[in-house]
Every structure is written in C-alpha cells, then in structure tokens.
Design a binder for this molecule. Structure first.
Ligand code: NAD
Ligand code: LMR
Length: 405
C-alpha cells in the first residue's frame, strides 16, 4: 500500500563518514531560504543541513532531501509515530525543524548559522521600515544561538542588516558569548551587484571583476569603491554616478517598479549620462509592460531600461541566495583552514570610528582573522563615506538601544 513504509521499521545506513560542516538555515522556507537551502545541499563542505522555519520547513526539507548530492544518510527509523516526522523531518543530510519549540534542536552543534528569517520590503518601504518586526525575530533566534551553538559563525541576512547585526551583538554580549570574529552581516549581494554592473559598463566578464563595497547595507551606506576595482578600470564622472547609484539602489530596483532613463551620447560611443529612476506606475502609458525590457528610441539618443520588478511580491531572493551561498562557502573554506579567503562583510570594526562597518575581511578557522583598512579613497568616495557614516551611526544605535532598553 502506498505510504505503508511510514508504518514499518525502515533503516538507512550512513555510507562513509563524510567530512564537512554542520549548517543551519533559519528562515529556510522563505524566498531566500529555499534556494539557499538547495544551494547549500549542493555544497560539498556541508555534511549536515538543518532547515528551520516557523512554517513549511517539513515540505522544504522533504523536497531538498531528494537531491542526490552529499553522501551521508543517517540511520532513520519510522514507526507508528512516523507522522511525527512530518514536524521534525529527518532525511539524513537534511533535517527540518518547525516552530519555536524546535529552534534549539535545530541549532545544537552547528558550525555555521545562516539567518534569512524575517519580512522583506514592499514598494515604498525602506529597509529600516522592517526594523519593528525583524528586530524581535533576530533577537529570539540569536538567543537560541547563545544557548545551543555559541561558537558557531553567524551569517546575518535579515534586514535592516545595519541594525540587526548590532542587535545580535548585544544579545550575545548579554549572554556572555559574544565573539565579534564570529558575527558577520551579509553584504555580499552588494558586491555581486557591483561586479555585475561594472562588468556591464566596461564590457568585462563579471567573474573577473572585483569591486570592494564598504559601509553598510542600505542606500547611501552602500559605498562601492570604484577607484579600487580589479582589474583596474577608469570611469568617467557620469559612469561613476550611474554605477554608484545603481549599486546603492540595486535592492530597490528589484522591489519597486522603476524605470531607468539614460541619455546616450552616441557620438562618444558607450558613454551614458544617467538621469534618474522614475516610477513606472507614474507613467500610465507603459504600465502594461512587465518584467524587464530595454528599448532604443528612433534617434537612438535615449536608452530606456524598464523594470516592473516584483512590485509587492518581495525583494531579491535568487541573487541573494546566490550571494549568501558564495559568502557561506567562503566562511566554510576559512573554517577548513584555506588561506587568503577574503570577502566584504558588515562586522564589528575599528576601520572607522563606528563600532560596525563593512569592509574586506579575511576568514579563517575561528571566523574573521583580519579586517582590512579601506585603502586610499578618492574625493567622490570620501564624500560618500561621510554620508554613509552619518546614516550608519543612527542605524547601529537603533539596534543597540533595542536590546539595551
Ligand atoms: P520571505 O518572507 O520570503 O521569507 C522569510 C522567512 O522567514 C519565511 O519563511 C518566514 O516564515 C520566516 N520567518 C519569519 N519569522 C521567523 C522566525 N521567528 N523564525 C524563523 N523563521 C521565521 O522573505 P525573504 O525574501 O526570504 O527575505 C528575508 C529577509 O532577508 C528580509 O528581511 C529581507 O529584507 C532580507 N534580505 C537581505 C538581503 C541582504 O543583502 N542582506 C537581501 C535580500 C533580502
Ligand atoms: C537587497 O539589497 O536586495 C535586500 O536588502 C532586500 C531589499 O529590501 O532591498
């Protein structure tokens, strides 16, 4: 009878002792969580993957567990109480955990905890508008970490990152388990976007481009250092304005219904003069266009890039999952002892006078081994840095006060 195996004793044995790290994803059933779980299941450095959420984690776990990646199948017993497994799914390499009562089980013994739990933005919102809901979620999850895996590396994705990282730090301090080397706010998506947009403008392969993005993860706090791009590139002032604005507004480009209007100076080949984003909803004649399209007007002097984007259905999920996996993989390679693993992240820092700042860090066996200084900045970047620091200081303080109060 179909399904009868759930009423019998079933035993599946582990094959070989696969080396690797234990990773938990908190918020695993969400828009980021699901593709992130899939990509982590494909990572050979992961031996155990725990998927925790307050909804739908059993289904996501069952789904992911059918992927024929990874080697370990842990002994599994299903019995008359087999239905219980629907709520605490154990599929060998991947295990699902549902609801607050299973948070601690999800966290025990983890080497790396990735947190994309929380609500995403809708059009018209800033990341800071998410504070009221996400601050409490991050606090609760971090309290679980202090109890169950205080030595784990924590990759915090939930927005507003500029405040949730200080919240996590305060929770850990309160519990006496804070190690600033192990707490990292994930700003990798800004780097991924910067590499892509710079590659587009310069006609390069994005995989060969490396743009340091420092500061934080919201608006003007996202500061791409275009003077330090590798391979070395020189940008016109218009290109610098366009790239900086596009990188700072990358998240909004996905959330909102923006139209980007550029005036192309066709006589000078590829130079573009960036004007400004305009809401598609404010232009009724073209609201029927969906997704993304590019078109040239008759005289080729205007380049119009339209994106109706997710328009209420959330924020970046797929590019974020990609970026999160790139970052988590760097953390795991650091834990394994690989040399020269360097990525940008929002961390406790003395690079500026602020207590937290995103910059390049070297990852090692105990988390962050080294935080690099910003390096030489040009005038444009120095002005951007001052703006970034002003906003960052407020966001950091908001996070700290949330716990201290
Ligand atoms: P989503 O709504 O699709 O998924 C969030 C998931 O979190 C849901 O499955 C939800 O059930 C779960 N959740 C809610 N409360 C929880 C709790 N207490 N414990 C565990 N899980 C809980 O949202 P999303 O698109 O996946 O985005 C998640 C977060 O990531 C948002 O805050 C978003 O702003 C942020 N984000 C950050 C970056 C970045 O670069 N750092 C990029 C994109 C999105
Ligand atoms: C992003 O940069 O895509 C995320 O921070 C999500 C958002 O709200 O923009």
């Amino acid at each position: 009878m179909e399904g009868s195996s759930s009423l019998q004793q079933v035993s599946c044995r582990a094959k070989g002792g696969a080396p690797g790290f234990k990773v938990a994803i908190l918020g695993a059933a969400g828009g980021i969580g699901q593709p992130l779980a899939m990509l982590m299941k494909m990572n050979p450095l992961v031996s155990v993957l725990h998927l925790y959420d307050v909804v739908n984690s059993p289904g996501v776990t069952a789904d992911i567990s059918h992927m024929d990646t990874g080697a370990v199948v842990i002994s599994l017993s299903l019995s008359l109480w087999g239905h219980v497994l629907l709520y605490n799914v154990n599929h060998g390499l991947v295990r699902g955990f549902l609801g607050q009562s299973q948070l601690e089980d999800a966290l025990i013994g983890m080497d790396l905890v990735i947190i994309p739990a929380g609500v995403p933005r809708k059009p018209g919102m800033t990341r800071d508008d998410l504070f009221n809901i996400n601050a409490g979620i991050v606090k609760t999850l971090c309290e679980g970490i202090t109890k169950c895996c205080p030595d784990a590396i924590v990759n915090l994705i939930s927005n507003p990152v500029n405040s949730t990282v200080p919240i996590a730090a305060e929770v850990f301090k309160k519990a006496g388990t804070y190690d600033p080397k192990r707490l990292l706010g994930v700003t990798m998506l800004d780097v991924v976007r910067a590499n892509t947009f710079v590659a587009e403008v310069m006609g390069l392969d994005p995989r060969e481009v490396d743009v340091p993005v420092v500061g934080g993860h919201a608006g003007v706090t996202i500061l791409p250092l275009l003077s330090q791009v590798k391979p070395p590139c020189s940008f016109t002032p218009e290109e610098t304005d366009y790239l900086t604005s596009r990188i700072q507004n990358g998240g909004t480009e996905v959330v909102e219904d923006f139209l980007y209007l550029f005036l192309s100076c066709s006589l000078l080949g590829s130079a573009w003069l960036y004007l400004q984003p305009i809401r598609i909803s404010e232009l009724p004649s073209i609201t029927e266009e969906h997704n993304t399209l590019s078109c040239l007007t008759d005289d080729s002097n205007f380049f119009v890039h339209m994106s109706e984007a997710k328009a209420g259905a959330g924020s970046a999920t797929l590019s974020m999952a990609y970026a999160a996996v790139k970052f988590a993989d760097a953390c795991l390679r650091g834990l394994r002892g690989d040399a020269s693993v360097i990525q940008c992240a929002f961390v406790a820092s003395q690079v500026t006078e602020l207590p937290f700042f995103a910059s390049k860090v070297r990852l090692g066996r105990t988390g962050i081994d080294e935080i690099y200084p910003l390096g030489p900045l040009n005038v444009y970047e120095r002005v951007g840095l001052e703006k970034a620091k002003k906003e960052l200081a407020e966001s950091i303080q908001k996070g700290v006060s949330f716990i201290k109060k």
